[in-house]
Design a binder for this molecule. Structure first.
Ligand SMILES: Cc1cc2nc3c(=O)[nH]c(=O)nc-3n(C[C@H](O)[C@H](O)[C@H](O)COP(=O)(O)OP(=O)(O)OC[C@H]3O[C@@H](n4cnc5c(N)ncnc54)[C@H](O)[C@@H]3O)c2cc1C
Length: 449
């Protein structure tokens, strides 16, 4: 039996970032991982999907070379080499996974490989028993398969299984309406695959501002992705998939169902779950059981940046130097074409809460850099409360929206008003000027509108 201040279960962005911070705070730390360091984020989530999306976007961009004054590219001769795109993705993933392994060594975090179970304050991995001062659960979440009960196992692929395919499929039925589903559907459509998306509920991305989710639905249609809403389960009849009454021809179903918490086997007091089955935590990542913390997907905040922030908050609390997470200011980022990013309140939330607000927006169609780069689809929308004009929501559709959003997060963290934002000198030409211009618009003194 080893005595450890902090045992972290899960080596994703929730667990491994927490482990580094725990060591910096002087806690003896063991991290248990049953598969690969980096978790879903590095191995089949954030990084692989972005690598493949870049290949897909470049494929489309090269077709457009003539418009940029480049002769000699025969658009008809271009083809997408799935195998090479996957190999590029694999190189990026393995570099980052090795990087995380190095960081564990550098920071003195002992990594134990195997599946952890919990018995009181003991964490058991094979024949190793760790007596933990505190336990951090960063075990992630995974899509359930219950929507496919009527299908044979070989009809449904998980994302890792899909990445392991040798060749690009002709047609795919993506099941889900969340970020992973929309990203994968977009990537496939850009590479020329026929895509159908079936999802429960009535709109894609139901957690973002309505204007953004409407934009995404329109964009999907432009990409010739068929959208089937209100589909709770899939069937299979005479060689075709059935999404409700609609027959869908597809090579297979890609399971992008909304993820559910992965919770290790626990003997003794178990942390309380919320109504969706995720572990309930406070702003320190503390659960209902003393000495048990949780971070990341397992708590229902399904973003890598949230996982790292919660993990850091948890170990800071364990070490007696609290650094709570500001749950209202976690940015949302979606790598579509163009990208989507957002922070703070949506218009629907402001209206539902009867908050009086002003709104400004700015289209990229008149932004100099967007025009120069040929990326004019998109807009920035800024929402600010009356009477002081505090910025409470920023919603962006733009080629680099996921980078642009950090400026908005920083402003909101400092409780900036529209006057503060407009007083910041923005470099020209940049896409960030669109955020600035939208803030001027909200003040009813637009510059270029
Ligand atoms: C296709 C796709 C694209 C995505 N893109 C983005 C993106 O662009 N940006 C973003 O912010 N998020 C993205 N996400 C979500 C992101 O991957 C997750 O939010 C993030 O990985 C959560 O981190 P985590 O540490 O909570 O869990 P995970 O990364 O899932 O890590 C959990 C780890 O715990 C391990 N584990 C589980 N149980 C045990 C046990 N009992 N014992 C030992 N180990 C255990 C697992 O093996 C795993 O390695 C994407 C997800 C998908 C599917």
């Amino acid at each position: 039996v080893s005595q450890v201040d902090c045992v972290i279960i899960g080596g994703g962005p929730g667990g491994y970032v927490a482990a580094i911070r725990a060591r910096q705070l002087g806690l003896t730390t063991v991290l248990v991982e049953k598969q690969h360091m980096g978790g879903q984020c590095l191995n089949w989530g954030c990084i692989p999907s972005k690598s493949l999306m870049e290949s897909a976007k470049l494929f489309q961009r090269v077709r457009d070379a003539k418009n940029f004054g480049i002769d000699g590219v025969d658009a008809k001769a271009l083809s997408f080499n799935w195998d090479k795109a996957i190999k590029r993705k694999d190189r990026i993933v393995s570099k980052l996974v090795r990087g995380v392994e190095f960081l564990m060594k550098k920071n003195g975090v002992e990594v134990v490989t195997g599946e952890a179970t919990i018995d009181g304050k003991r964490v058991i991995v094979g024949d190793r028993v760790l007596e933990a001062g505190n336990i951090l659960l960063a075990t992630g979440a995974t899509p359930p398969s219950r929507a496919f009960d009527a299908l044979d196992r070989e009809h449904v692929l998980s994302i890792p299984e899909f990445y392991a395919l040798g060749a690009m499929p002709d047609s795919v039925l993506v099941y889900g309406g969340n970020g992973a589903a929309c990203e994968t559907a977009t990537m496939l459509a850009l590479t020329g695959t026929r895509v159908t998306m079936a999802f429960p509920g009535d709109r894609l991305l139901d957690f973002i501002d309505g204007e953004l989710s409407d934009f995404v639905a329109k964009r999907m249609k432009k990409l010739k992705v068929t959208l089937l809403s209100g589909v709770d389960s899939l069937g299979y009849r005479d060689g075709v998939f059935m999404a409700g009454d609609t027959a869908v021809e597809a090579g297979f179903v890609l399971n992008c169902s909304d993820r559910r918490a992965v919770i290790p086997s626990i003997t003794g007091p178990s942390p309380e779950l919320d109504e969706r089955g995720f572990i309930r935590v406070d702003e320190h990542g503390a659960t209902s059981v003393k000495g048990f913390y949780a971070a990341g997907d397992v708590t229902g905040l399904l973003w890598a940046q949230a996982a790292s922030a919660q993990g850091t908050a948890a170990v800071s609390h364990m070490a007696g130097s609290p650094q709570p997470v500001d749950l209202d200011k976690i940015p949302v980022n979606l790598y579509l074409d163009p990208e989507i990013a957002s922070v703070g309140m949506t218009e629907e939330e402001l209206q539902a809460q009867n908050v009086s607000y002003r709104k400004g927006d700015f289209s990229l169609a008149v932004n100099g850099k967007a025009l120069a780069e040929g990326n004019t689809e998109g807009f920035v929308k800024v929402l600010a409360t009356e009477p002081y004009g505090e910025v409470v929501g920023v919603h962006v559709v733009a080629a680099d929206a996921t980078d642009l959003i950090s400026e908005a997060v920083a402003h909101m963290k400092l409780e900036a008003t529209l006057e503060d934002v407009t007083a910041v000198i923005h470099a020209h030409p940049t896409l960030s000027e669109a955020f600035w211009e939208a803030s001027f618009d909200a003040l009813e003194r637009p510059l270029h509108k």
